[in-house]
Design a protein around this ligand. Structure first.
Ligand SMILES: [Fe+2]
Length: 159
């Protein structure tokens, strides 16, 4: 259990602690997803290479921004933010990215699968925080909306 920094934000300490824990859990997921998306960006091959290559880079860029938003809410609430990459590996709930997989359709499918795990976890976080900290809930809503939209981008290649 990490120490919270003091703040004049009026939320009770136990609420801030819970928010920091939930936010950090999503920093881990978003970090893993961003790395997996970059692995896809570098390794994908196929007749539509450039479209996929560029899409994955756009997605990874947006994930970096979303991660920053989530992380800085944890800092705002006085938390210690993020963990070393070795700890990310232990805490993530995403499946390991198969780096040898290069076939574009399969890469898209695997990415959409992982994307859905993170997007749906963030959606649960909206409801879980709505009563106790509407600001954190609102932030999760913004993140959720973007993840859903990017999931649409991925899924549109599958149908
Ligand atoms: Fe690149």
């Amino acid at each position: 259990m990490t120490n919270l920094q003091s703040t004049k934000i009026s939320l009770p300490e136990n609420v801030r602690r819970n928010m920091v824990e939930l936010l950090n859990r999503h920093v881990v997921l978003l970090t893993d997803l961003a790395i997996q998306t970059k692995l896809a960006h570098w390794n994908v091959r196929g007749p539509h290479f450039i479209a996929y290559h560029e899409l994955f880079d756009d997605l990874a860029g947006r994930l970096t921004e979303l991660t920053d938003m989530v992380a800085e809410r944890a800092a705002t609430l006085g938390g210690t933010v993020g963990v070393p990459v070795q700890e990310v590996a232990k805490r993530t709930t995403l499946a390991v990215w198969p780096v040898e997989e290069r076939r574009d359709a399969e890469v898209i499918r695997l990415l959409a699968e992982r994307w859905a795990v993170v997007a749906n976890s963030v959606r649960e976080a909206i409801a879980a925080t709505a009563e106790t900290d509407p600001d954190t809930s609102d932030l999760f809503t913004e993140v959720s909306r973007q993840l859903d939209k990017d999931l649409w981008f991925l899924e549109s290649h599958l149908s």
